[in-house]
Design a protein around this ligand. Structure first.
Ligand SMILES: Nc1nc2c(c(=O)[nH]1)N(C=O)[C@@H](CNc1ccc(C(=O)N[C@@H](CCC(=O)O)C(=O)O)cc1)CN2
Ligand SMILES: Nc1ncnc2c1ncn2[C@@H]1O[C@H](COP(=O)(O)OP(=O)(O)OP(=O)(O)O)[C@@H](O)[C@H]1O
Length: 183
């Protein structure tokens, strides 16, 4: 079994080879699948993320949520290993922050207990084990906020045979790719 570090290296290589067109097209398909989920449709609030660096593009999810009258929040890194969610009502409220990721400037902190939370990631397996960038931001946040409905989004090339799970890992309830929903 490869270590999380080796898996990240492999996926970053695959990311480099993937064209912007493929990222956009597959993100559109993933977005449609997310919008079709009852958890999404029933949510009053969507905790998304602002994509960077060929992650699944979340723009369509965020715009659909606004259109449906849902509140939208995205994370901001606020300390070593700590992130918080802040509401946004426009993409203009984002500016480059941690690792140049678009982040909200501090406004109103989002503190719902049960939002629909879109989880980013570097690699997943069919048991929904997840590897992120390796700093434990989501594991920490989700361990403190266990009631969210968590759905990860990833391209099919990010699904690997096995992601080694650590005791602190929190698995998303579903993983949506352009080809399937893993649950
Ligand atoms: N779009 C997005 N926002 C997010 C996350 C995420 O995964 N995606 N996060 C999820 O935790 C948090 C930020 N966590 C991060 C942790 C490490 C790195 C990082 O080390 N980036 C480097 C190296 C990547 C690499 O290993 O090659 C870089 O971009 O250069 C980035 C984000 C909160 N916001
Ligand atoms: N709830 C927690 N409390 C304390 N430490 C934690 C917790 N969750 C994870 N960690 C630690 O954080 C480090 C990084 O964890 P891991 O490799 O699982 O991150 P990741 O899921 O890839 O990253 P991210 O969540 O930021 O996308 C590990 O050393 C792990 O032990």
């Amino acid at each position: 079994m490869d270590s999380k570090k080796e898996i990240r290296k492999y996926i970053f290589g695959r990311r480099k080879e993937t064209s912007v067109e493929e990222v956009e097209e597959n993100s559109r398909v993933i977005c449609e699948k997310i919008l079709a989920l009852p958890e999404f449709q029933q949510a009053d609030c969507v905790y998304a993320y602002a994509d960077y660096n060929k992650e699944v593009i979340t723009k369509g999810i965020i715009e659909a949520a606004w259109k449906a009258g849902k509140r939208v929040a995205v994370p901001k890194v606020t300390g070593a290993h700590e992130m918080k969610y802040y509401y946004i009502t426009s993409f203009d409220q984002l500016s480059p922050g941690y690792f140049q990721i678009p982040e909200p400037s501090e406004g109103e902190e989002a503190l719902e207990e049960t939002a629909f939370l879109v989880v980013p990631g570097v690699a997943f397996d069919i048991n929904r084990h997840r590897a992120g960038y390796g700093q434990g931001f989501y594991d920490r946040y989700l361990s403190q906020h266990p009631k969210h409905k968590t759905v990860a989004v990833a391209f099919e090339f990010q699904i690997v045979e096995e992601v080694p799970a650590e005791v602190t890992d929190i698995f998303p309830q579903k993983v949506v790719t352009e080809a399937r929903v893993i649950e």
